[in-house]
Design a protein around this ligand. Structure first.
Ligand code: GLU
Length: 197
């Protein structure tokens, strides 16, 4: 059981994501990470250990500027707690980044299919397979790519997704696990639990 969060709005994303993740730490705390889109690309900071380690690493989020982002606090199911296995995971050389709560049951067969098509993996997680699958289907329309990818995913998941080409957008998608969506005047969010919002 991990915690995921996403934000798009007028404020700086990283400090908001870190504050939200603090409320989600009860769901998992072996590692944590955020990805922020600053308009020029996606910047990822992630580390094994509790959220305090991520706070220190990013100077409370000040190191990552940008108003769109996703965050994760992990309780590992696939792959030991490590920097490499921490979320967010990226697809397509960092073009797409995702966070994930849950389990992709058919990740092995999807990983094999993607490896046969030249995709390389750096982690042991089921989540990285979903990131690469979304990127595999991406042809300029992120929503369409996510819709195609999730048709192939089996299991329980809530995913938060950002794409370098879409600097104002976060996508949240869920199946069999909770994801709360909040709309506001200054920004929109999703999270695994309402306490983070
Ligand atoms: N399966 C993912 C991982 O191990 C997410 C874990 C979870 O939601 O508990 O990284």
């Amino acid at each position: 059981m991990c915690g995921i969060i996403g934000y798009t709005g007028a404020g700086q994303a990283a400090p908001l994501l870190l504050d939200g993740l603090e409320k989600l730490e009860y769901r998992g705390y072996d590692s944590a990470g955020i990805a922020v889109n600053d308009g020029s690309g996606i910047h990822v900071a992630k580390t094994r250990g509790r959220l305090a380690a991520l706070r220190a690493m990013t100077h409370n989020g000040k190191d990552l500027s940008g108003t769109v982002g996703i965050g994760h606090t992990r309780w590992a199911t696939h792959g030991r707690p490590s920097d490499e296995n921490s979320h967010p995971h990226v697809g397509g050389d960092g073009r797409i980044a995702i966070v994930h709560n849950g389990i992709i049951e058919n990740y092995k067969s999807l990983k094999e299919m993607l490896m046969n098509r030249g995709r390389r993996f750096v982690s042991e997680t089921d989540t990285e397979v979903a990131a690469q699958l979304i990127d595999y289907y991406y042809e300029g329309d992120l929503l369409e790519a996510v819709a195609r990818a999730v048709r192939e995913l089996e299991g329980s998941y809530a995913l938060g997704i950002v794409c370098a080409d879409d600097p104002d957008t976060i996508i949240g998608v869920k199946s069999h696990v909770p994801l709360i969506v909040a709309y506001g005047e200054d920004g929109n969010m999703f999270a695994s639990d309402v306490v983070a919002i």
